[in-house]
Design a protein around this ligand. Structure first.
Ligand SMILES: NC(=O)c1ccc[n+]([C@@H]2O[C@H](COP(=O)([O-])OP(=O)(O)OC[C@H]3O[C@@H](n4cnc5c(N)ncnc54)[C@H](O)[C@@H]3O)[C@@H](O)[C@H]2O)c1
Length: 340
């Protein structure tokens, strides 16, 4: 049995609690939040014996094997390092952290203490996305020329006001891209095999927040393809997130987790043949996020610990989207194209 603890009992902690409960060989042993009522409520809701308001105290529990980090983004590295030093494996929410040096440190400390570090990117776990990745690796679309990513979310001012850390550089580390868009940005950089250069414009057009609520980016991928990324949290109504990949031989279009087009020269559109999948959700409502992907990632971490193998998304892999977003911010700030 792999015993889990959760730190941060806010919105996303419920996905982790449900995921742990649904995973054979995993048990939720303790939860922690600096706000006692939140820790207590989560413990009661999921039948957890222990709750804490002091994270270091929770980490003293010998029986704990792994920690789900569900605190504000700018605390992920601090909380991961403490877990690693206590000998606990880590499943860290996205983004891995919001600063390069802090990501370096958390990855280093987990390696040094010989514990696993897995980053959450639940959109990678869907069956359709996995098939898409395999098709691209097999070269089904031929040379890729364009990969466009549209991430048009809606988050009201009330959403930003709902927790003090939201929309701040210090703890959110960014806005439409670092918090919401990071999912789609991770997906496209992973599917295409990494990004070489970005040229970006990011701004705060509609919300009263420090960070960007809207951004457009020109991308050059490592494989030579071009693309655009549009990210916002101010579009009403929110649009389904969309990824359009075009190669010299065909096109695949993904909307949320659904294949909308899969057509290759000489064949018919195969989109209808792909099973409808539970939407990962979240473009309109931050509380409407499915726990299915989290469950697959909890299960993966349990197996990674047991078999002493790398998790599906190790820290080094989870940081790529953050490094890319930091390059986008630098481009927007300096007006220059940035090479990664
Ligand atoms: N994978 C996804 O789809 C997804 C969705 C939402 C949020 N997230 C990520 O999860 C993280 C949390 O987001 P949220 O929306 O749940 O935020 P939230 O504000 O609802 O919850 C954060 C919780 O952490 C607690 N906390 C803060 N500092 C703490 C500390 N030092 N020790 C213990 N608890 C502390 C707060 O009291 C709060 O209850 C963020 O990094 C966010 O990007 C991921």
């Amino acid at each position: 049995m792999i015993n889990f603890g959760i730190v941060g009992c806010g919105v996303i902690s419920t996905s982790h609690a449900q995921a742990i409960k649904a995973t054979q060989g995993a048990e939720l042993l303790a939860v922690c939040d600096i706000v006692e009522e939140k820790a207590q409520k989560t413990a009661a809701e999921y039948g957890v014996g222990r709750y804490f308001t002091d994270y270091r105290k929770m980490l003293e529990l010998k029986a704990l094997d792994a920690i789900c980090i569900c605190t504000p983004s700018g605390l992920h590295s601090d909380h991961t390092v403490l877990a690693a030093q206590a000998g606990k494996h880590v499943l860290c929410e996205k983004p891995l952290d919001i600063a390069k040096e802090k990501m370096d440190l958390m990855i280093e400390e987990c390696r040094r203490h010989n514990v696993k570090l897995a980053g959450i990117f639940q959109r990678r776990t869907g069956k359709n996305v996995q098939e898409l990745k395999a098709a691209l690796q097999l070269g089904e679309l031929g040379k890729i020329v364009l990969a466009d990513t549209y991430l048009k979310y809606y988050r009201s001012q009330e959403y930003y006001n709902s927790a003090g850390w939201r929309g701040t550089w210090e703890l959110d580390g960014g806005g439409a891209l670092m918090n919401q868009g990071v999912h789609g940005i991770d997906l496209v950089q992973w599917l295409l095999g990494g990004v070489k250069k970005v040229f970006a414009k990011a701004g705060t057009l509609a919300r009263k927040i420090e960070v960007e609520d809207t951004a457009v980016i020109i991308v050059e991928f490592n494989n030579g393809a071009f693309g655009v990324i549009e990210g916002t949290t101010t579009v009403y109504p929110a649009q389904s997130t969309r990824l359009e990949i075009h190669g010299e031989l065909g096109t695949i279009i993904l909307e949320e987790s659904e294949i909308k087009k899969w057509e290759v020269i000489g064949g018919k559109d195969r989109a209808a043949g792909f099973a409808a999948e539970e939407h990962v959700g979240g473009s309109a409502d931050n509380k409407a996020i499915s726990a299915t992907g989290h469950q697959l990632q909890v299960q993966d971490l349990v197996e990674a610990i047991r078999l002493d193998r790398e998790p599906m998304i190790p820290g080094e892999e989870a940081r790529k989207a953050v490094d890319l977003i930091l390059a986008i911010y630098e481009s927007s700030r300096t007006g220059k194209e940035i090479e990664l």
